[in-house]
Design a protein around this ligand. Structure first.
Ligand code: FAD
Ligand code: EPU
Length: 338
């Protein structure tokens, strides 16, 4: 067990926040993980499982141990007439897995290209983009109980997936370490190009014959045109969830704001674009020191250099208040706050 002390977490979170971990260790095997979960430092028994650090905001130093997941491996475990079943270790990069599947013509993940982070975190918030969510291709996962080290299998039903939500954010929050995830990819190519600007981008790319590679490239082009690259500007993607409001409230707001974008969530509720609400409150491109709001996407809070997690968090609180004052809508943070 190689446990380091007083480690800066700056290289381990895409917000580039310079928080410190009292203890830090990585694990590559079940035995190493078990040993680390049994380890009880005298001062604090707090344990944080870390993947790629792309959905986390450190607002303080971690008084406990940060456990970095480095499980590796991608394997085709079975196939039938319709599907390929691919099992990926939790520490694999999500985008590397997407590219692995695209290169073999396994369809279903292409709309989720270029999402940062690791496989293990993908079911936690049911990552989604461009009309597809992990739940659409999810088969099962294996996870270790952090307290008694027992290993459990979760089906899609067990995970209770919702919009940026699963049982790992609710009933089983901080209870399991996800070890690997099995995805069900399609043999039959069933392209999903209806969302956002994918079709426009494909036309711009002069794509005549649709392929999962072309869709992936279109998604990559759109994403890079509006989302900041964490290697250049610290961020964790969308800081807030898109709020879901009643159709009655939406219709009322439409009377004053006719351009307000809304997407039907179900018969009675509408999902509203948080980026639009934040932009309307005047925050787009805002900067206070190194904490700010991205100039091309108001849903993305940024660290331009040396902002502290607390500064980013305080900015998010100001944004929540102004959106609430103007629209009577309460934004919920999507990023995990530590
Ligand atoms: P981390 O940030 O390391 O961890 C996130 C949470 O999961 C933490 O609570 C952590 O403790 C827990 N965790 C991590 N691994 C495990 C594990 N193996 N077992 C148990 N718990 C674990 N998300 C989307 O859904 N759609 C997008 O389009 C999208 N775009 C983004 C764009 C940018 C530029 C950035 C920076 C982020 C974006 N995100 C998006 C958010 C982020 O990429 C995802 O949430 C991703 O799944 C986080 O993975 P991670 O490994 O970095 O998780
Ligand atoms: N908009 C504005 N101003 C802005 C930003 C957006 O008016 O500053 C408007 C856009 O014009 C558009 C609408 O809001 O009409 C939606 O914008 P966009 O297509 O950029 O998507 P989003 O709703 O802001 C969501 C996800 C992203 C995901 C994209 C694509 C959430 C919280 N965010 O963003 O996920 O990549 O759709 O599917 O659901 C993430 O979770 O980190 C993330 C980046």
């Amino acid at each position: 067990m190689n446990i380091q002390q007083n480690i800066s977490l700056k290289p381990y979170n895409t917000f580039s926040i310079d928080a410190k971990a009292k203890y830090f260790a990585s694990f590559k095997t079940i035995d190493e993980l078990s040993e680390l979960l049994n380890y009880k430092p005298q001062t604090s028994n707090y344990k944080l499982i870390l993947g790629g650090g792309s959905n986390i905001l450190f607002t303080k130093d971690v008084d406990g141990i940060v456990l970095k997941n480095e499980f590796r491996g991608i394997e085709l475990i079975k196939e039938n007439a319709h599907h390929y079943y691919v099992k990926a270790a939790a520490g694999e990069s999500w985008n590397a897995l997407v590219m692995h599947c695209i290169n073999r013509n396994y369809a279903g993940m292409e709309n989720l290209s270029l999402i940062p982070g690791n496989v293990g975190a993908s079911p936690i918030q049911n990552i989604g983009a461009y009309g597809v969510e992990v739940k659409d291709i999810f088969e099962s996962l294996e996870a270790m109980n952090r307290h008694d080290l027992s290993i459990h299998m979760f089906s899609a039903n067990d995970c209770v997936f919702g919009y940026r939500d699963s049982v790992f954010k609710t009933k089983h929050k901080d209870e399991f370490v996800i070890l690997n995830v099995t995805f069900r990819l399609n043999k039959q190519l069933d392209f999903n190009t209806s969302y956002g600007a994918i079709e426009q981008e494909l036309a711009k790319m002069h794509v005549h014959e649709l392929s999962i590679k072309a869709i992936s490239q279109a998604v990559i082009n759109i994403r890079t045109s509006k989302l900041p690259n964490p290697k250049e500007i610290g961020n964790a993607g969308s800081f807030f969830k898109n709020p879901v409001i009643t159709a009655a409230q939406f219709n009322q707001l439409k009377k004053s704001y006719e351009n307000m974008p809304g997407y039907t969530n179900n018969e009675t509720h509408i999902k509203v674009a948080a980026g639009w609400l934040i932009e309307q409150c005047g925050w787009k491109g805002y900067r206070n020191g190194d904490a700010g709001v991205h100039e091309k996407q108001a849903l993305v809070l940024i660290n331009q250099g040396n902002a502290s997690g607390e500064e980013i968090y305080n900015l998010s609180s100001q944004i929540i208040k102004s959106v609430s004052d103007k629209f009577d809508i309460i934004l919920e943070r999507e990023v995990n706050i530590i």
